[in-house]
Design a protein around this ligand. Structure first.
Ligand code: DGJ
Length: 467
């Protein structure tokens, strides 16, 4: 049999006369049309069913969120109550998710998670009932009555002055896009510093590292990016050393910057910017170990992996030693801490200012290997747990005097008005069995679980401040 007739046979077309062939073709076309119409109808029904069930699921999520977040909140109907077909006609394939609505400043969901100034935590005028209580997501006022500006920050405990210092990005400027496809941004104002004795009442110590107004070639020129500043104290040199992410508005410089000061309240002198180990460095943190050795941890290779390497003894540079970890995992916002000889880290995924699922990791040596333990977020509801309580990690602070107790510090970013981004501080504990089995633990978990508990209101144990 020739190739041509074999082919025809395979598709049910024998070598009939031309008239028969046309009739057969017509019949096949009609059959194909019936199939196409049916499949189309099926898709429409399925989409409608999906819209209805998505709608139902979202309504129940909203009910749960209302209960979790604040009973008092009245929500206007979520947008999905619009006819799903109307959404489709406008070209939107899927109804907006809770995270989409959270990011949309005109939505009721957004308002729920960015409560107004009259709900602010006010340590000076707040009254005794709310004393020492953290309210994650509410505006937090300093002792001067102004909202705290310390985003992407970290806390240093200064033994000399027995004082906590909170450093972070001062984003007190207008949010705009440098160009139509650029990320939402605020010009560099500088690094703010706040001091406290109780981790709740914060005094503004001012901008300790200022952005540069005029010199456009300066790394700190306001048109650039300064993020995630962290400060550690060098016992040998007696200097306070600040490391930060330095970039241009398009995040192509991908570098770290280093600044130094004789005092925790600055002013800090900016030294230089570099690409550590000749690698890109975006989200980063530094960690000082018990033995005084310090490390830089940063997202690299287009944010696809993390790198860790020791700092020099004066903390002013990195050494040549560097290990790559969480390769191809696309993690950022690293926050490293240590408990009973084990190193832990919380990271986020890479979704710009949008919240995503946190992961906890552990290692017996700070340089690795690092293993992933799973999502540390506990309580609240599924939306909350899968979005790090609508926030992103920045630092984990050991609570002095309470071994094994930590404060998880995170940012609830508000991309439409970055200066109004909120702080989510929650208790973090270590203990129990992790969600994800470690690679080579043979059913015996080598690691303890890292748990971050959702509380809409909480405080450190009574008596802690006197200890
Ligand atoms: C996520 C990072 O964690 C933030 O520090 C910031 O760089 C944003 N991306 C910018 O989109």
């Amino acid at each position: 049999m020739g190739l041509r007739s074999r082919h025809h046979k395979a598709f049910g077309l024998r070598c009939y006369p031309a008239r028969h062939r046309s009739v057969t073709l017509l019949l096949w076309s009609l059959a194909a049309l019936v199939v196409v119409v049916n499949v189309h109808l099926l898709i429409i029904h399925k989409e409608e069913d999906e819209s209805i069930s998505t709608h139902e699921i979202r309504r129940s999520i909203m009910r749960e969120l209302e209960a979790v977040e604040e009973e008092k909140f009245k929500l206007t109907p979520p947008r999905s109550r619009r006819n799903p077909r109307a959404v489709r006609r406008k070209g939107e394939r899927k109804p907006p998710t809770i995270v989409d609505e959270f990011l949309d400043e005109s939505s009721a969901v957004h308002d729920m998670f960015f409560p107004e100034l009259n709900m602010a935590v006010d340590p000076i005028n707040g009254g005794n009932d709310s004393m020492y209580f953290y309210y994650p997501g509410r505006v937090w006022l300093d002792t001067g009555g102004k909202p705290i500006q310390a985003h992407g920050g970290g806390v240093l405990y200064d033994k000399k002055t027995k004082t906590y210092f909170w450093y972070g990005e001062n984003k007190d400027g207008k949010t705009y896009k440098a160009h139509s496809k650029g990320a939402d941004r605020v010009d560099i104002v500088g690094v703010s510093c706040y001091s406290s004795k109780d981790l709740w009442t914060w005094k503004n110590e001012g901008v300790v590292l200022r952005g540069e107004e005029k010199n456009v070639t300066h790394d700190l020129h306001k048109s650039n990016v300064l993020e995630r500043p962290k400060v550690i104290y060098n016992d040998r040199t007696g200097k306070y050393v600040m490391w930060m992410h330095i970039d241009d508005a398009n995040y192509t410089k991908a570098s770290v910057g280093v600044a130094v000061s004789d005092s925790p309240t600055g002013p800090f002198t900016y030294l230089y910017r570099k690409r550590p180990h000749d690698c890109e460095s975006r989200d980063m943190t530094i960690f000082k170990d018990d033995d005084g050795k310090a490390y830089l941890i940063y997202s690299s290779e287009d944010n696809s992996e993390l790198h860790i390497g020791p700092l020099t003894d004066d903390y002013l540079d990195v050494t040549d030693d560097m290990r790559r970890f969480l390769i191809a995992q696309h993690r950022e916002a690293p926050a490293l801490f240590k408990h009973e000889g084990t190193y832990y880290m919380v990271t986020s995924g890479c979704t710009g200012w949008a919240p995503n699922t946190a992961l906890a990791h552990a290692a017996t040596s700070v340089m690795g290997p690092w293993e992933t333990l799973g999502n540390p977020c506990v309580g609240g509801n599924e939306v909350f747990r899968s979005t790090t309580f609508l926030s992103q990690s920045t630092f984990v602070l050991p609570v002095p005097g309470l071994p094994g107790s930590f404060i998880f510090m995170a940012d609830r970013w508000n991309p439409s008005d970055l200066r109004d981004s909120r702080y989510v501080w929650l208790p973090l504990t270590i203990g129990g069995v992790p969600d994800e089995a470690a690679d080579y633990s043979f059913m015996f978990p080598l690691w303890s679980r890292v748990s971050i508990y959702w509380h809409k209101r909480w405080r450190l144990p009574e008596g802690w401040r006197d200890s």
